[in-house]
Design a protein around this ligand. Structure first.
Ligand code: UDP
Length: 233
């Protein structure tokens, strides 16, 4: 899949797919974002903080975040069976875990923040794309945050460490290492690993994924700035 340092989609080993973020795309949500990364198209909508309507989730001293990651049936080549499954439950959980450390929810006891991530088209790396979009949507909702979480994967394809795996690279490659970080402090809020990497490869992939996150972080900030410049016009 790699010829003379060029990948199947023409990218260099350390090159991200084209990435675009738009803020405030949903009228009814408190915050929202639309994100494209290569062939991925994702919408994130945020509601809250609002009074917790699920008693068992209620925390007397803090607000809580809930995430739902969902893939549309038409988002993949083979129609995806609608509704939750093991994969979407796992991604929903790790998304909430990745975002939670950035949120200052202690000022919102007995409240909840709902994050909905809808994958409209999928092309590999949707968990990272969802986290990146959701964090922008949380900022758009005006929720106090210490940082805007950003996610990106690196992995191993044809023995080479590469950035931001496409679906083909994800499926046919040797390893995938999705991470999420808080770019201001460098704190890692998600680290998953699928496949085999030596210690040296792991370290190289981690550095590359962090580098990818830092690039996407600039796109997030630019998108948020654009929204607020527009609203001042
Ligand atoms: N995918 C698919 N059908 C599914 C689930 C996933 O075609 O039911 C594709 C989709 O393009 C996804 C990719 O496989 O992005 C990789 O899926 P994975 O579970 O590794 O999660 P992701 O890389 O999207 O975070």
């Amino acid at each position: 899949m790699i010829t003379d340092g060029v990948r199947v989609d023409g990218r260099k080993l350390d090159e991200l797919r084209p990435t675009k973020i738009e803020v405030g795309v949903l009228e009814r949500a408190d915050g929202s974002a639309y994100l494209e990364v290569g062939g991925n198209k994702i919408i994130a909508g945020v509601y809250g903080p609002r009074e917790s309507y699920i008693r068992r989730l209620l925390e007397p001293n803090t607000g809580v975040i809930r995430c739902r990651y969902n893939m549309a049936p038409f988002s993949v080549d083979d129609r995806k069976r609608p509704g939750p499954d093991r994969r979407s439950s796992e991604i929903s959980k790790i998304t909430a875990d990745a975002l939670r450390p950035s949120l200052m929810l202690e000022n919102y006891p007995r409240s909840m923040v709902d994050v909905f991530i809808e994958v409209i088209e999928a092309e590999g790396g949707t968990r990272c794309a969802g986290i990146t979009a959701a964090s922008v949507a949380l900022a758009d909702a005006g929720i106090p945050m210490t940082d805007i979480v950003v996610a990106c994967a690196a992995g191993k394809v044809d023995g080479e460490i590469v950035l931001d795996l496409s679906e083909k690279e994800d499926k046919e490659g040797e390893a995938d290492l999705p991470i999420a970080i808080m770019p201001r402090t460098g704190e890692v809020t998600l680290l998953q690993s699928d496949g085999n990497l030596s210690e040296e490869e792991f370290s190289k992939a981690l550095d590359l994924a962090i580098d990818g996150c830092m690039q996407i972080s600039e796109i997030q900030k630019e998108a948020l700035k654009n929204k607020y410049l527009e609203s001042m016009e």
